[in-house]
Design a protein around this ligand. Sequence first.
Ligand code: PRP
Ligand code: URA
Length: 242
Amino acid sequence: LVLEEVKEYIRDPEDDTELTDRTRDLGLVVFGDNVILLPQTNQLIGLYSIIRDKSTKRGDFVFYSDRIIRLLVEEGLNLLPVEECTIQCHGGNEYKGSKFLGKICGVSIIRAGESMEMGLRDCCRSVRIGKILIQRDEKTATPKLFYEKLPEDISDRYVFLLDPMLATGGSAMMAVEVLLSRGVKMDRIFFLNLLAAPEGIKAFNDKYPDVKIITGGIDEKLDENKYIVPGLGDFGDRYYCI
Ligand code: PRP
Ligand code: URA
């Protein structure tokens, strides 16, 4: 049922008036205005097939998750505003190109979100990174905030919020609340996420419609323990521990 509700977000193909040219050109699947699913290419589905497989060992889990993370970071960067510029090339030729506008920073939700920091650093040299420690209670699945340390000037920045798993949405919503309380504008938050449940996407998008969610996969549902189905298990444990 919840997946059906999310599907209602899918646009009428005849009506693409609100899509930006950039988004349309990239061929992204867009749910609602700000829920963006990476193109489900053979390559991407192959990567997910490896990390979903319970027999995949940690080395491969890390390697292939990192490849997906890199795609999410690149996609987030693609959605930043740019302005045109003209470059002087060799031989006196000119090239009309573009350059990014605005400053960015990353904010990871500890622990699993830290796995996405290197992908961001690989693309954005010396990017500032803040941390928010939120843990989901293992019995109730409700999130608890323990710690935050964010760049002083975060309210002037686009924020790439990093967490690979969006299940109920409780942790991500708590993190957004922290960012808003520090003066970050809602439409400057880009939530990069590997795998989402429809329940989480709906709750998050209903509450923060101006935050962009960029995800690589949307699964069927949550199970009775609020784990994503079919999912990939506990991301943090698989990336860091087992
Ligand atoms: C996981 C995950 C998200 C959260 C998602 O973290 O990384 O932060 O659960 O669930 P939700 O959408 O229902 O809040 P967890 O608290 O298990 O800690 P970890 O990062 O240490 O694995
Ligand atoms: N956290 C995870 O790591 N996996 C889930 O399926 C849900 C929350």
